[in-house]
Design a protein. Sequence first.
Length: 467
Amino acid sequence: MKAHRRLWLAVVVVVAGATFLCGSVFAEDTAPEKQSPPSNPPPTSAAPNEGAPAEKPAPPPTQPDYSGSLLDRTTLTGDWFGLRNTLAEKGITLDATLTQVTQGIVRGGTNSGWQYGGRDDFTLNIDTGKLGLWPGGFFNAEAEHNFEDSVNSFPRAIMPVNGTMIFPSPNEGSLNIPALNFTQFVCEYLGFTAGKYDTMSGDANAFAHGKGDTQFMNLAMNINPVVFLTSPYSTLGAGAIVLPTKDPNAAIVSFLVMSADGQANTSGLNDLRSDAMTTAGEGRVRTDFFGLTGHQLVGATYANKTYTSLNQDARDLIQNRALTAENHSWSLYYNFDQYLYQPTKDVDKGIGIFGRYGIADSASNPVMRFYSAGVGGKGIVPLRPNDTFGIGGYYINISNPSLTILRRTVSLLGDEEGLEAYYNIALTKWFILTPDIQFIGPAQQRTVNGSSIGSSTILGLRLQMVF
């Protein structure tokens, strides 16, 4: 508990400092201009060295445009006779996607059959400033539902090869609301947020991110799994967002205190307990190495929840009639993406590399260390400006759950590795077909009923429609 309180104190200090800075900057921005002539706006940040040019204000966010012909527009249903674009101008956007996946184990695994499944996703965003209510307010809601089945249990891997079917709850089939939150910026640098969150928006990466519906299918390639134990997918929380340069695409820092027991299919109110809370912090900054766009991200989580220890002794179990417990868990993670070839600076097209590393509490978290790396490409194939692709691999160093009986320790898991390659064929901007192949060396036992299951080869085909 003491460590958790120190983290709380650190969050309070940072937020208080940011609030003070925000107030100072606001005061400076509203003060009468004395030295700069009216035709020259003041710089938005201090110059890094004497004589350096002043940073220009960040451009306003791009406005969604749903118009265009059936083959050219970004969504199947278009602009709804002009209504959708009008709502977007007023700060209201409603988007929907349908992702369908069929996958089959063609070598290895415990089942060679094919499975079909899919997920619907609906998102609503409201900007109170554009709506004419008050500035700086942002409302976000998400609803999703999955259907049919997946091959996730067949390779005996701890990471799902079909990430799309994990959300909102594996193979549940009901409509859930994983996100319902509100953020209020008190100035251009600082905002406060509260509500229910879809935590998969964290650990962002230009070439490897999402829920298995837009880039890689395997969840290990889209987010760092060291955070899964301490950060539920959907949970209640509150925190602060800091924009050091006003532009969220240039740099963003977030702090969140959330329930460690949240679920997508509940409100989360009954899960709020002071002894089951997670404190999370993350920062991402845009870089300009080699004159090309890239990003660096670091994050950490700490939970004061009681977890079952991965190391159990039969004597303690018999004497105490209870499993050995750990009263906290933590994780640290890092990721980067970097373009190596980018025809036009600041345009999200070209070829680049990405990587992740994570480390977690080995006493409670089975994912002790995580590594992934790969190559991604966007819009570089001739005559295919909207196609994207990715090739990558991951390795999980497992903190092996063990049971000690009469001085003999039995281990239950091994390390896991995987490779994946996909290619998004944009038949239109709203109709994307993706062939995918994965090679998985699973962490779970590699013999079943005396027969070796070995590594698995999984073929898949994904179809996403954007409405």
